[in-house]
Write a protein that binds this ligand. Structure first.
Ligand code: ATP
Ligand code: MG
Ligand code: FE
Length: 332
């Protein structure tokens, strides 16, 4: 089974062709980061316009990369939500038009299901599994007892993890997206500032990053007022230590409590070296295998959408021409 997948939920225009849910035949990502950088974040209107301009070329490129033709394609998958509505609409419209013109079944995919299934392009899942999702818009612990079954056991009550990275980066005048820059700085810094750890109530698997964000703002502000020199590297290292410690401890506790067979990590912040190292350390000798997607499959791409769509395809799930972009779609 070959699925053509399309992803346009944010600021990357992406198309991929995935065979049997696990084999990547083409993976094309056109990033708009350069266009959004000077605004310090993604401008929705600009994102939509770029998607319109890029979508046709990106899909053609996926066909040339794979060497396949339309006859080889069994279904068309697209991210239906969540994301920026105008951005999502470009992908959904393209997928619907192609589905109608080429008479191929249409499958809408949840963006976060996609992030999770990026891991299956590397290794088969073993259930029950625990997924830690850390991205620009989400921070969640999801328990999966089978394919396409998602039970959210914890989530952020305010900012997403990637959002916190991007906001702290902005305070340090680092370019958008700031996550990778903080990661790099943190590697050269020392944990000299003790920032709060948001564990919340005993037993909760929820997260919170807004208090930490405020603590970072206040620390920078106070240091400036007192004429005290703080090294950006140390701020980055201290911030990252707080984020990573809570993510690691809650993931470890949930993995034990739910007795899972493996833990997988997903989303843009799964690219973070500090998080990867600390998780690996914590799970070493735990008897619970830990998996990350390769870096290029952590951030937005269509390969992960194709991987998730394969399961929906096998389960007989199809969408009609009434498929619509849904910016607030719940995980299904
Ligand atoms: P969502 O998937 O929740 O809809 P999104 O698609 O915008 O949101 P992703 O593309 O999955 O998010 O991830 C982008 C986020 O990942 C950004 O916030 C970015 O700063 C962060 N990020 C990327 N690489 C790293 C890194 N090495 N360390 C920390 N954060 C990172
Ligand atoms: Mg992105
Ligand atoms: Fe994403």
């Amino acid at each position: 089974t070959c699925i053509l997948a399309i992803e346009t939920s944010c600021d990357e225009t992406a198309a991929a062709i995935v065979k049997n849910g696990t084999e990547l035949l083409a993976n094309v990502v056109a990033s708009q980061i350069e266009s959004h950088k000077r605004f310090g974040g993604v401008v929705p209107e600009i994102a939509s316009r770029h998607h319109v301009e890029a979508i046709t070329d990106v899909i053609s490129e996926a066909f040339s990369q794979s060497g396949l033709e339309w006859d080889d394609i069994d279904a068309i998958a697209v991210t239906e939500g969540p994301g920026l509505v105008g951005a999502l609409l470009i992908g959904v419209s393209a997928a619907k038009a192609l589905s109608f013109a080429k008479k191929k079944p249409l499958i809408g995919v949840h963006h976060i299901a996609g992030h999770i299934y990026a891991n299956r392009l590397i290794e088969e899942f073993e259930f029950p599994l625990l997924a830690l999702i850390v991205s620009g818009g989400h921070t969640e612990l999801v328990l999966m007892k089978g394919h396409g079954e998602f039970e959210v056991i914890g989530q952020t009550r305010d900012d997403a993890c990637g959002e916190a990275y991007d906001k702290v980066a902005r305070m340090l005048s680092l370019p958008y997206p700031g996550g990778p820059h903080i990661d790099r700085l943190a590697a050269d810094g020392e944990e000299t500032i003790e920032f709060p750890r948001a564990y919340l109530e005993e037993g909760s698997f929820d997260f919170s990053f807004s208090g930490l964000k405020s603590a970072v703002i206040n620390t920078i502000h106070n240091a400036k007022q007192r004429g005290k020199e703080l090294k950006d590297e140390d701020i980055a290292a201290s911030f990252q230590a707080s984020v990573v410690e809570v993510l690691v401890e809650k993931t470890f506790k949930a993995a034990k409590q739910y007795n899972v067979k493996e833990v997988i990590v997903a989303g843009g912040v799964a690219a973070n070296k500090g998080l990867r190292n600390k998780l690996a350390e914590r799970f070493e000798n735990s008897g619970i295998p830990l998996h990350f997607p390769p870096i290029h499959l952590c951030t937005d791409n269509a390969a992960m959408i194709g991987a998730a769509a394969h399961i929906a395809y096998e389960q007989g799930r199809r969408h009609g021409m009434d498929l619509n972009a849904n910016p607030g779609l719940e995980l299904y």
